[in-house]
Design a binder for this molecule. Structure first.
Ligand SMILES: *[C@@H]1O[C@H](CO)[C@@H](O)[C@H](O)[C@H]1NC(C)=O
Ligand SMILES: *[C@@H]1O[C@H](CO)[C@@H](O)[C@H](O)[C@H]1NC(C)=O
Ligand SMILES: *[C@@H]1O[C@H](CO)[C@@H](O)[C@H](O)[C@H]1NC(C)=O
Ligand SMILES: *[C@@H]1O[C@H](CO)[C@@H](O)[C@H](O)[C@H]1NC(C)=O
Ligand SMILES: *[C@@H]1O[C@H](CO)[C@@H](O)[C@H](O)[C@H]1NC(C)=O
Ligand SMILES: *[C@@H]1O[C@H](CO)[C@@H](O)[C@H](O)[C@H]1NC(C)=O
Length: 854
């Protein structure tokens, strides 16, 4: 079979391309790295959430002043001073929009009148005790100004900003003020080279652009000042670190390295060289940050966000970094953690060799290194030799620095592997907070924002992450632009295009039982015997129960954990019955017992099927009557959830039995018929009974099985649609596909991109999440009475159960149905997605079956 230009083929080709892109997902990560958030909290279920928004957009620049209790916000055309304890309360505003004539100029140079020709506030920092300093893009003509923070008014004439602030509001940019010195890094203008600058006071310093280029299309994501001069035995200087992704100049043996993640640093007291490197950094050095999955030859090379935690001093500082992939079409994120001591070690290590014009080669420099060591800060030792400032450095040292900005040693993450690897999520920002738990240990809590407006709270335990929960912060998906933590207000502030959100650091009251509280492993929360409480609110902590380390110990009293739900079901013989069992945790699995005996095997022949929603009894027989109990199994803890008394009546024409209890029949919020009569199905499926559907699936499997041979052949050709490096993956996948004869694939689930659109950009099929028209989250079911009788088989809820909305993403799930020689690639993919689909709970259900499922 050959590719033709026949239009009829196109949809199939696109589907194939997308499949290959998914199959070709290049590795099977260690499962323990792809952590699932334990609980999922939808927008409607947030607790203690306060919001701020005004007429402005793009609330992306946050500055928190803990002592004063003020949160300063830089938005588009406005600055705000908010009351940190409650940002919904009072506010002070500075309106600072670009004037019309400036906007017109911006339009004249072809910029976008909806996003670019405005004054986006990009820099907002404390300058001195009375003033803040701010810069805005000012419709592609940056300006800066001092703000009197007491009056919250712009207090000066505007200053030229083109040396300090990028023109483009979306350009990577970072900056800080340290002891009256302003450091910024960006590609300021479209046509200029990226640059790390110290703008004031004199002398202003910048990076070298010619003859040696120190930065190559660098995209900056963050910077940090580390006070390394404090208590330093050698009289070292404070240093400013910059984090960015740039075009790789090294020729490494890896396949996907057009871009690399970097850390660079400069010394704070650098004054540039006297003749060589005049007004340039003499202390600029950069090194590569590696974040890769061990044994998978797979590297995350795009830096998206960083956080430097230096609560315990600069010497012990830890860097948390979010990485993504270069390919826009595949969502994936990794979090790596580095010791800043390792970063320093790399800067003290060997240099990378460079060519005549100064471009790095992929080899270590082994020649003679001049003295004093090039790129180092001025220390006591140098001062003793009469070198008081960088301007005193000898020429050969400066020549060497200019030509060897790159270190040869790469910086590996602590533990030599990522803390977390997450598919299908693009993280954007991270903030980290250190919390003392009941066991006396300090734990690092990570707050991670996604490109779709979710916030994940995670705790790092023994070098691994446990994601306590994921919170949907916004109704409309939008990227998290900034995260700031306030231990004083016990709040986390999140900036986004539409609003600023303030959330409590913890919501322990959400956990209803001791086991729930302990399994959550939230360092802020503990069980006090009656409820899950914030440990900071308790002075006597001896009676509190918490287990961060293992997350399963301390809850002895099982009485409180007896199942609160008892239900009765009456059905006719031959009916299919669904016994629902909702698990609160995405990490829990359900276990069923009948008359106290564990139900074994939920396979096709057993008459039972277990799913995300509960237990399906297929064609119930009177012998299957009895007491069914559902248990939630999580982290070795078994908790009863619900007990059903199922009665299967033999005679289908018999009257329904007399009510067993005095309670009224249970009425579900979902549309359910009171009798096991016709199950409401979408109109186009009305002709199908459940059994017919099974038959239909079987024939689908058969048809797809046939299609499969065709697919394997076609896969060999799909390299055309995944060009370049990606092609390598698809060929590898195809090779595996080829090895595996007679594959049966079942297109089991296409999750709910009901509102999504199919984007065929790049010749690749991307399934794009809905354009902010997600249906409102389904209301949580009302509290159920302790005992209830149902005359339904409960099946009406089953149809959409496999179509789940998952964090705004969609999945195509392909299931293999033959037993032997399963390709590990296929297997892992299926297994992974199956696992995720099975685990996710409380997600929106799709109201109609997906059209794109073959
Ligand atoms: C925050 O302020 C708003 C507006 O003044 C008020 O409605 C809300 O109740 C306050 N919230 C809290 C938790 O104090
Ligand atoms: C932007 O320009 C387009 C076309 O020139 C115009 O239709 C639109 O109203 C403008 N939008 C704004 C916000 O000025
Ligand atoms: C802070 O800086 C501003 C602007 O340069 C200046 O006007 C003000 O006097 C300074 N305040 C102090 C306390 O130095
Ligand atoms: C500003 O907000 C708008 C609307 O949400 C968004 O489209 C745009 O990308 C944002 N711009 C920046 C620079 O964040
Ligand atoms: C510096 O050392 C002194 C004395 O050893 C100590 O009290 C102080 O806390 C140290 N400061 C820092 C920032 O480590
Ligand atoms: C460096 O500073 C010391 C002490 O302040 C001074 O004696 C010496 O002359 C200075 N050296 C140079 C080269 O300026």
């Amino acid at each position: 079979m050959r590719m033709t230009s026949d239009v009829a083929w196109l949809p199939y080709l696109q589907l194939l391309c997308s499949m290959s892109a998914l199959w070709a997902y290049p590795f099977r990560p260690p499962l323990d790295l792809d952590v699932i958030p334990r609980t999922t909290v939808l927008y409607t279920g947030l607790w203690g959430c306060r919001r701020f928004s005004d007429a402005a957009l793009n609330y992306s620049t946050l500055l928190l002043e803990e002592e004063a209790g003020v949160l300063y916000v830089g938005a588009r055309g406005s600055l705000y001073a908010l009351h940190a304890p409650n940002i919904s309360g009072s506010r002070r505003t500075i309106d600072w929009e670009a004037p019309e004539d400036q906007k017109q100029l911006c339009l004249n140079i072809g910029k976008d009148n909806k996003t670019e020709c405005f004054n986006h506030i990009r820099f907002l920092q404390r300058f001195n005790s009375t003033h803040l300093y701010t810069c805005g893009t000012h419709a592609f003509s940056p300006l800066c100004a001092y703000i009197n923070s007491g009056e919250f008014k712009i207090s000066s004439v505007f200053e030229e900003g083109r040396e300090k602030c990028p023109y483009d509001p979306a350009k990577g940019y970072t900056g800080l003020i340290a002891d009256g010195q302003m450091y910024t890094a960006s590609q300021y203008e479209f046509w200029s080279s990226p640059d790390i600058r110290r703008n004031s006071p004199n002398p202003t310093l910048r990076t070298e652009d010619a003859p040696t280029r120190w930065l190559h299309e660098a995209d900056f994501v963050g910077s940090a000042l580390l006070r390394e001069s404090v208590n330093n035995s050698v009289g070292d200087d404070d240093k400013v670190y910059f984090f960015f992704t740039e075009k790789s100049e090294e020729h490494t043996p890896y396949f996907s390295h057009s871009r690399v993640a970097r850390v660079a640093r400069v010394c704070k007291r650098d004054r540039g060289g006297l003749l060589t490197l005049q007004k340039k950094w003499t202390s600029f050095l950069k090194a590569r940050l590696v974040c890769s999955l061990p044994a998978y030859e797979f590297h995350f090379n795009v830096l998206r966000g960083v956080f430097v935690l230096d609560d315990t001093g600069a010497q012990d500082a830890v860097l948390y970094a979010i990485f993504g992939l270069e390919w826009k079409s595949i969502k994936a994120s990794a979090i790596c953690r580095y010791s800043m001591a390792d970063v320093r070690q790399a800067f003290d290590g060997p240099y990378m060799e460079s060519t005549e014009d100064g471009n790095p080669r992929s080899a270590e420099y082994t020649g003679k290194i001049p003295e004093p060591r090039p790129g180092s800060c001025i220390t006591d030792q140098l001062r003793a030799r009469g070198i008081n400032f960088s301007t005193d450095l000898p020429d050969d040292v400066l020549h060497f620095v200019r030509r060897h900005p790159l270190m040869s040693r790469q910086i590996l993450p602590l533990g030599q592997r990522p803390l977390l690897f997450k598919r299908t999520v693009d993280y954007t920002k991270i903030a980290v907070h250190q919390v003392a738990a009941l066991d006396g240990q300090m734990y690092h809590m990570l707050f991670i924002g996604t490109d779709e407006g979710w916030l994940q709270r995670a705790v790092e335990v023994k070098g691994a992450l446990h994601i306590i929960e994921e919170l949907q912060l916004f109704e409309e998906p939008q990227p998290v632009d900034s995260i700031v933590i306030s231990p004083k207000q016990m709040s986390v502030y999140v900036g986004s295009p539409s609003a600023v959100v303030q959330l409590p650091l913890s919501t322990c009251g959400r956990y209803m039982s001791c086991t729930d509280c302990v399994l959550a492993r939230d360092p802020f929360c503990a069980w006090d015997g009656k409820e899950c409480v914030e440990i900071t609110s308790h002075t006597d902590r001896s009676s509190l129960t918490q287990d961060i380390l293992n997350g399963n110990e301390g809850c002895e009293e099982s009485a409180a954990d007896a199942p609160s739900l008892h239900r009765m079901r009456y059905v006719m013989a031959g009916d299919d019955v669904l016994l629902q069992c909702e698990l609160a945790s995405n990490l829990a699995s359900s276990q069923w017992t009948l008359q106290g005996q564990e139900l074994q095997g939920y396979g096709l022949g057993s008459g039972y099927r277990i799913g995300t929603d509960g237990l399906l009894v297929i064609g119930a027989q009177p012998g299957q009557s009895g007491e069914y109990a559902c248990f939630s199994l999580e982290n070795g803890v078994r908790v009863p959830v619900v007990v059903y008394a199922l009665t299967v009546k033999q005679d289908p024409r018999a009257e329904p039995p007399v009510k067993a209890t005095l309670l009224p029949p249970y009425t579900s919020p979902a549309p359910q018929s009171p009798h096991p009569a016709p199950i409401p199905l979408p109109p186009n499926l009305e002709f199908l009974s459940l059994r017919n559907m099974e038959a239909m699936y079987l024939s689908l499997i058969t048809i797809l099985g046939g299609l499969c041979l065709v697919l394997t052949v076609v896969l060999l050709y799909v390299g055309f649609c995944v060009q370049g490096r990606r092609g390598k993956y698809s060929l590898r996948a195809a090779a595996r596909a080829d090895r595996k004869k007679n594959t049966h694939m079942e297109l089991k689930t296409i999750s709910s991109h009901c509102n999504g659109k199919v984007d065929t950009h790049d010749g690749l099929l991307h399934i794009v999440p809905g354009e902010a028209q997600l249906p409102p989250a389904p209301p949580l079911p009302p509290p159920l009475p302790n005992s209830e009788t149902e005359y339904t088989n409960g099946l009406s809820a089953t149809l959409p159960s496999v179509l789940r909305k998952m964090n705004g993403n969609s999945y195509v799930l392909l299931r293999q149905s033959d037993g032997d020689t399963i390709s590990p690639l296929y297997y892992s993919f299926t297994e992974e997605l199956n696992r995720i689909l099975e685990k996710r709970k409380h997600m929106q259900l799709c109201s109609k079956p997906d059209e794109s499922s073959v």
